[in-house]
Design a protein around this ligand. Sequence first.
Ligand SMILES: C[S@@+](CC[C@H](N)C(=O)[O-])C[C@H]1O[C@@H](n2cnc3c(N)ncnc32)[C@H](O)[C@@H]1O
Length: 214
Amino acid sequence: MAYWQSAAEDAAMQEEHGFIWDAMLETVDIDLAGRRVLDAGCNRGGFLRLLCARAGIAAGWGYDPAPGAIADARRLAGDLPLTFDATETVPSHWGGFDASFSHEVLYLIHDLGAHAAAIHRALVPGGAYYAVMGVHAGSPGMADWHAENVERLHLPPLYTLDEVIAAFIGAGFEVAASRLRMGFVPVSPHAPSFPSSLEYYYEHKVMLRLARPR
Ligand SMILES: C[S@@+](CC[C@H](N)C(=O)[O-])C[C@H]1O[C@@H](n2cnc3c(N)ncnc32)[C@H](O)[C@@H]1O
């Protein structure tokens, strides 16, 4: 299992993801106020803290296999109603979630069917998993990035969106997809080429809505 490289890199990554989390909040089609929310691959918990501050969730749960990131998530949560666990899948005693999220986690998961089944079990009937993914085979340049990083990050094969969707349909989800309601895109080390980064964030980084039927 390849963990994220360092706490310092985690911190930088989390600050860089703020504009994407804003776009995710703009795109979801349910009112999150008062809901129980899961974040799969939550890293240091920044998205869940944003959901507390901006969406008024009742409580949030986040898991991530990187223990250092989870230690930071617990410290940074302070008194917020957030619970974290350092695991590779949804802890078996967690459940009853109205909504679940992940941002750029599906491309790291080797057994998508098992992940889909775990999230399905953890959602209430009628609940939805909003999974954001730009690292897929249809994103320009991603095959080269994947080839360069497959061993270092212990990556599974680069999935097509169709392969991801098939895994979730197989677990009993109803699937829909949306572009993110993206605003300004900062220029950063993750997005060195401005025109191509706009195309990536506007066209190729998509939000899947994976709904557990009632
Ligand atoms: C690109 S980071 C995204 C982190 C966070 N979602 C965000 O928006 O900043 C990918 C995260 O997925 C975690 N991860 C790796 N394998 C995982 C797995 N099998 N299940 C859940 N999370 C995983 C990593 O430890 C890392 O924190």
